[in-house]
Write a protein that binds this ligand. Sequence first.
Ligand code: NAD
Length: 314
Amino acid sequence: MGINSRKVVVVGCGFVGSSSAFALMQSQLFSEMVLIDADQKRAEGEAIDISHGMVFASPMKIYAGTYDDISDAAVIVITAGANQKPDETRLDLIKKNSRIMKSIVGEIKKREFEGILLIVSNPVDILTYIALKESGYPANRVIGSGTVLDTGRFRYELGEHLGVDSRSVHAYIIGEHGDSELAAWSDARVGGLPINDFCELRGHFDHDASMEKIFDHVKNSAYEIIARKHATYYGIAMAVCRICAAIVRDEQSIMPVSSLMQGEYGLEDVVLSIPAVVDANGIETVVPIELSEKELAQLKSSAEILKKIIKENS
Ligand SMILES: NC(=O)c1ccc[n+]([C@@H]2O[C@H](COP(=O)([O-])OP(=O)(O)OC[C@H]3O[C@@H](n4cnc5c(N)ncnc54)[C@H](O)[C@@H]3O)[C@@H](O)[C@H]2O)c1
């Protein structure tokens, strides 16, 4: 059937799916968007509501559909599944959401879909691994949103701390999208300067304390938001949009999506985030950035945690 690079499908139209659909409509990346949810009425309601904003953006076809509508899509964004409740970790969601992921990928697999699967539901690394195995697609076509959002939060916090546009901050959160994630401080740059040099330019000299505080904020921000408003969705919606743009515009942008490790840092058969070049084929190549010994050990321990969970749930 081929790929229509102007068509996207969003499976799961809760907080994250509907916010992503709303952001995608405004992005003007696509001319056709299919919304699918186990609750068909919900998908219909979102499609109608979002369509009413179209006159203020640009024309496109938005409708609640079925899996028969997916075959020619460029990207299927999967956000279906339970979200974290206050005091729940992302890993607590595993049983329920892995069942949901398997059933969705089972439906997709029955059709001739040749595009990219973008997994957003949590725990995203585990569910991306499951989607990869269940689909049998090549690893480049199955991507998790990974730590793209966490990295966005990290760059935002650093931008605020240093009084600089967060887009001029190049720094990554890597590993699990969850409690074992880490900041790749040794690779962080602001305007080309190593981060500590830029901090000193701005009058900040207590590096260890600031690093700890900023990383804690980033790591715990989902918990902070959930404690206040019960779910997080706007930040991830923008991250979904950004990843879709890199795919459909064949941008070769570097972003820390989660992907299958195939020997990088000695890691195999586990899905987690390290920066990768993203283009029309999904993952073009991963970019194993330089890590300090401590960071490498943290990354390996994050991988071990994920591997253990995969083993326990397979
Ligand atoms: N990756 C990230 O950075 C990130 C950020 C925020 C949230 N999330 C995750 O996104 C997921 C969705 O969160 P939410 O707040 O939108 O939850 P939500 O409860 O608001 O929405 C989930 C939706 O999935 C639908 N659904 C359930 N089973 C389905 C199935 N088999 N097929 C189709 N649809 C189905 C439900 O009907 C519901 O509309 C959660 O797992 C959450 O943890 C990920």
